[in-house]
Design a protein around this ligand. Structure first.
Ligand SMILES: Nc1ncnc2c1ncn2[C@@H]1O[C@H](COP(=O)(O)OP(=O)(O)OP(=O)(O)O)[C@@H](O)[C@H]1O
Length: 708
């Protein structure tokens, strides 16, 4: 009876230490990873428990590369101090556990000897030890969790900065470089910081444990130590063997879950299009198919987990009787006291836990190695400029931003400028190719754009008009030639950071503004739509359609220069004929899903309002009035023209020609020919078709304006 109850009672202090070696976050991570799952690559799967030492080395190298920056950052002093505190608390909890081990021995000895006085004393000591010791366990966990949060928050900012720098997010997405970067930033970073800390502490406490308890176990009975070694190494080998398949299934589960979630997000984002098409049945089948795939894999995963758990649970429970069974003969022969049995069970448990990390944490280790792999891959991608296609590394389009003062008096063709206006853009011998398959879209293009030299780019669909803007924006670099922007504003130049690698100034949002083909509405208020992207504000959430309570928008302090006032915003909205939407949607500071509540034409007008507010030197407009009627189109062009903005537009409509000085006609490139596939037309030249049309129109409007 005593033999049965004693170890059960004695395990209570051990429960505290078990939390130590299997911390809540780690256990949670393990379950979370198994049940919910995230995308995992097969290459990541292969990195678990690597067959070759080199794989383990590269995994640890990746781990260090991802983990290191925080500990050497601006926050390093706080971070290291907190880490030292967590380690000190962990050390304290191990010491407390050793104390519990000795208390347990004396407690059971008193019980076995029927020494009531000693028993009461020991019981009192035990209770005092609990009261004094438990706070250390709680504080250790709290300190660890807060440090992990601090680390995560730093890493999130660090990764976000690099993700949004140099259009990396665009390159990753448009060239399908890695899957789900969003999940890597949200989930993988969270689990990396939590698990890395937990594992470090687990390893640390396991080492301390091993030293403290090995001594105890050795003193009791050396053969027990040998049994322990055989048991733990055998157990590790068997669990690795049984769990092999599980790792791959885990990775697949992550991918399938991510695919299912992504298809649901797409339904949400494209709700109107799907509803118009009446594509519900189709979507339903696609969603169910993806879910079924995740479900089937999960079923296999559960079976594999069950098989592994048959072993691990047995392994765990056998520990309860194994040490007692080994030392019992010594007790029967009177060589040891009863309390020593309990002490050996406790010490055995501790050391076995240290030796059996792989058995206990198999799921967590497999998930963690995948997280390291995913973050390492992401980190390499963001660190090194490896976005370029290897086939295009030798030559690429050179994009530079120079001050207007540096604008040469020579034209790109070498002749002296006959123009008085300053040069804003120079394209020299540009050959543009698609980044993925290297198809040439534009051959040998040379164009100079001067102030007020409005250019219209026309050509058949798919000929490469938008791609030309992509090259100007630095999104595409495939091809050869040179694009130079001449920035006028001195402020803009001083705001720029010099990029020594690229030997060029980066684009100043103040001088050039691109309006993409699809209007982009940011998540936020109407005010934020208008201030985007030149001024950034962080708003408190306001329920859709409701008015804010008069409180001012929270400014993040990034850009306060020349920020438009509410009056400016209202006036600009009137200028683009959108004044009415302010009242309709409850003011400038109301929140709506703007892409859904505004018509496409209204969104395009809003984009023009942004243009008028930020007043760039040069605007690049990609079919930015395609959804508007001719009257509104003419009105908007009139507005930006009188605001002094020089613009390059892409468009199909003939009506656009009258707002431009030049037309660049691009034809679909012939892959076999090296001939140039573009021609320039001056809309003011008398011999040009558009020149004649323009003149006719001017004459007509003049005669209309004359009184009869
Ligand atoms: N990421 C990409 N990788 C490879 N090819 C691409 C990529 N994006 C676009 N293309 C191809 O490049 C060509 C030019 O595309 P672009 O969008 O520049 O055409 P466009 O002249 O603006 O057409 P539209 O008038 O229809 O908007 C198209 O054939 C398109 O399929």
């Amino acid at each position: 009876m005593m033999l049965i109850t004693a170890p059960v009672f004695a395990t209570f202090p051990q429960l505290l230490l078990r939390r130590d070696r299997s911390p809540p976050s780690l256990r949670h991570e393990s379950t979370h990873r198994r049940k919910i799952g995230r995308f995992r690559t097969v290459s990541a799967a292969s990195s678990l428990l690597p067959h070759k030492a080199s794989e383990l080395k590269s995994l640890s190298k990746r781990f260090w590369k991802v983990a290191k920056p925080f500990w050497f950052s601006d926050d390093k002093d706080q971070a290291r101090l907190r880490l030292a505190a967590v380690f000190a608390l962990t050390l304290a909890t191990t010491g407390i556990s050793v104390g519990f081990n000795f208390l347990g021995r004396d407690f059971y000895n008193a019980l076995a000897n029927k020494d009531q006085e000693q028993f009461t004393k020991q019981l009192f000591y035990y209770l005092c030890a609990f009261a004094g010791g438990i706070p250390f366990f709680v504080l250790r966990d709290y300190a660890k969790e807060t440090l992990s949060l601090r680390w995560r928050s730093w890493m999130t900012k660090y990764y976000l900065q690099r993700y949004l720098k140099d259009q990396s997010f665009y390159k990753i997405q448009s060239q399908s470089m890695i899957d789900n970067p969003d999940q890597r930033i949200v989930d993988d970073l969270s689990s990396f910081t939590g698990t890395a800390l937990s594992f470090s502490l687990t390893l640390f406490s396991a080492t301390i444990d091993l030293i403290s308890f090995s001594n105890i176990l050795f003193t009791i009975y050396p053969p027990l130590f040998l049994v322990l070694l055989l048991y733990s190494f055998g157990g590790t080998a068997i669990s690795v063997f049984l769990g092999k398949g599980l790792v791959n299934l885990n990775f697949l589960q992550e991918k399938k879950e991510a695919d299912f979630r992504y298809s649901l997000v797409r339904v949400r984002e494209n709700a109107e299009s799907i509803a118009f098409y009446g594509g519900e049945q189709n979507e339903m089948q696609l969603l169910l198919q993806r879910f079924r795939s995740a479900f089937d894999n999960l079923t296999e995963l559960l079976i594999a987990s069950r098989n592994l758990e048959f072993f691990t649970d047995g392994y765990r429970y056998l520990i309860q009787i194994l040490p007692a069974a080994v030392v019992a003969p010594m007790f029967f022969s009177g060589k040891i006291e009863f309390g020593v049995i309990n002490q050996s069970v406790s010490a055995f448990n501790h050391i076995l836990g240290d030796f059996s990390l792989v058995v206990y944490q198999f799921q967590a280790i497999s998930a963690f190695s995948a997280v390291i792999d995913r973050l390492g891959e992401f980190d390499d991608l963001l660190d090194n400029n490896i976005f370029r296609d290897p086939s295009h590394t030798l030559e690429e389009i050179e994009l530079t931003y120079q001050s207007a003062g540096r604008s040469s008096l020579l034209d790109s063709n070498g002749s002296i400028q006959s123009r008085q206006n300053e040069k804003l853009l120079e394209i020299e011998k540009l050959t543009l190719q698609t980044p993925t398959n290297g198809t040439t879209l534009v051959h040998n293009l040379s164009v100079d754009i001067y102030d007020k030299d409005h250019l219209l780019i026309m050509g058949p669909s798919g000929s490469g008009k938008t791609s030309l803007l992509r090259a100007m924006a630095g999104l595409w670099r495939s091809g050869k030639g040179k694009i130079t922007f001449y920035i006028n504003s001195q402020d803009a130049i001083t705001q720029e950071k010099y990029d020594s690698q690229e030997n060029s100034k980066k684009r100043s949002s103040g001088d050039i503004l691109f309006l993409p083909q699809r209007p982009y509405m940011v998540l936020g208020t109407l005010r934020q739509q208008l201030l985007y992207p030149a001024w950034s504000t962080t708003m408190e959430a306001t329920p859709a359609g409701s008015k804010r309570d008069g409180s001012k928008p929270l400014d993040d302090g990034t850009d306060k220069s020349n920020k438009p006032t509410t009056d400016d915003l209202m006036r600009t909205l009137e200028n683009v004929r959108l004044g009415h939407i302010v009242d309709r949607f409850g003011g400038l500071d109301s929140l709506h899903e703007w892409a859904s509540v505004l018509s496409l034409g209204e969104q395009q007008r809003l984009a023009f309002a942004r243009l008028l507010l930020s007043e760039p030197k040069l605007a690049l407009l990609d079919e930015s009035t395609s959804a508007l009627d001719e009257a509104n189109e003419a009105h908007l062009y009139q507005q930006i023209k009188s605001a002094g903005i020089t613009y390059i537009s892409i468009g199909h409509r003939q009506t656009l020609t009258k707002f431009h000085e030049k037309i660049l006609h691009i034809s679909t490139a012939d892959p076999k020919s090296m001939e140039r596939n573009w021609r320039m037309e001056d809309t003011n030249a008398k011999d040009s078709l558009y020149g004649t049309l323009k003149q006719q129109e001017e004459v007509q409007s003049e005669s209309r304006s004359k009184p009869d």
